[in-house]
Ligand binder design. Structure first.
Ligand code: CO
Length: 208
């Protein structure tokens, strides 16, 4: 890939937007009021806006290795705070994907240096759901299930935050767990019952 091509493509993209609406960028510069906070994986194959078919301004996006929401990660926590408290998004999406290298790495016993503490969060998910996962004999199926359970646990991590608990009390912000299937291109809604999860975890994590 030649980097100059990127600038050429950018020029074409700017023109294509202006052809439809000459004020497109003028309006874009006025501010943002996205309805969705999307938390996804950094994987180059799993785009955020493109796979959802949304435009600039529609989604506030946070991506990291394996779409994690670690409780002490300043970056993820700041994004959640800004999206819920200031942008007042209506939906929080955690989107994982099958064939996730981060999840795969957490299923193996290799020492990956600085990645160890990050992947340990996924190993924690495995430990919590060890019985279910160990009962799956097929390794690919076990891997896919861990991807889904990791999404579920990261949704729980969103629900644990004071920002989310306040946003739910104020305006019933919804949390969604999705998986992108790279093999088919389809987005799958895991239909996580977040209200049930909220009730369940508030026994321990209630803030207020
Ligand atoms: Co991934």
């Amino acid at each position: 890939m030649k980097l100059q091509n990127i600038f050429d493509k950018n020029k074409e993209w700017v023109q294509s937007k202006l052809d439809i609406d000459e004020d497109y960028f003028k309006n874009l510069s006025k501010g943002q009021s996205p309805e969705i906070l999307y938390i996804g994986c950094s994987d180059s194959r799993v785009t955020a806006e493109e796979l959802m078919g949304v435009s600039p301004g529609d989604a506030f996006v946070h991506r990291n290795i394996a779409n994690m929401v670690p409780n002490t990660d300043l970056s993820a926590m700041s994004v959640i705070d800004y999206a819920l408290t200031h942008l007042k998004v209506k939906h929080v999406v955690v989107c994982g994907h099958y064939y996730c290298g981060g999840v795969k790495a957490a299923m193996q016993s290799a020492d990956l240096g600085i990645l160890n503490p990050w992947l340990r969060n996924i190993r924690d998910v495995y430990r919590i759901h060890r019985d279910e996962l160990n009962a799956i004999e097929n390794e690919d199926e076990r891997y896919n299930r861990l991807v889904e359970l990791n999404v579920q646990e990261q949704c729980v991590n969103v629900i644990k935050t004071s920002q989310y608990q306040k946003a739910f009390a104020d305006r019933q912000v919804v949390v969604h767990g999705w998986v992108f299937d790279i093999h088919s291109g389809k987005l799958i809604d895991l239909k996580i019952d977040f209200e049930d999860k909220l009730k369940d975890i508030q026994e321990i994590y209630r803030i207020s």
